[in-house]
Write a protein that binds this ligand. Structure first.
Ligand SMILES: [Zn+2]
Length: 133
């Protein structure tokens, strides 16, 4: 059984994409929307300041037997602070727009978004089990 929300979203995107049918235009929009997601995150640091980026090289090599859980604790995200509501809204909007164009790409290629979620989730589960043993 397909996920209803996912399929509804994909159908709505399909209806909205009547004016943007070219694969070339959709590919360009996928790239542009991805860049806008990155820009919105950067703006939370440079324009707002609710988040800070402090990146540096790892001080010690990672243990060879490190699990995914170990890596989560050993590796730094290089970001600190907490998104303010304005930046959160902005980033969510940009991610939503990126999802829209990724879904439009699925539509043009006759791919089902929910099937992709399931497939990717299964891959992640396999990877997690492999790394936890
Ligand atoms: Zn902010």
């Amino acid at each position: 059984m397909k996920d209803l929300l996912c399929d509804q979203f994909q159908n709505t995107v399909s209806e909205m994409m009547l004016c943007h049918r070219s694969i070339l235009e959709v590919l360009a929009k996928v790239q542009e929307s991805g860049a806008r997601v990155q820009r919105s995150v950067v703006q939370s640091v440079t324009a707002c300041g609710c988040q800070k980026i402090n990146a540096n090289k790892n001080k010690s090599p990672l243990p060879e037997d490190a699990t995914l859980i170990d890596l989560k604790n050993l590796l730094d995200s290089h970001i600190s602070g907490e998104l303010c509501s304005n930046c959160r809204d902005n980033i969510e909007s940009e991610i939503g727009r990126a999802l829209f164009y990724m879904t439009a790409l699925c539509n043009l290629l006759d791919l089902n978004l929910y099937d992709i979620f399931i497939k990717e989730h299964k891959q992640l589960e396999i990877l997690r089990e492999y790394n936890l043993t």
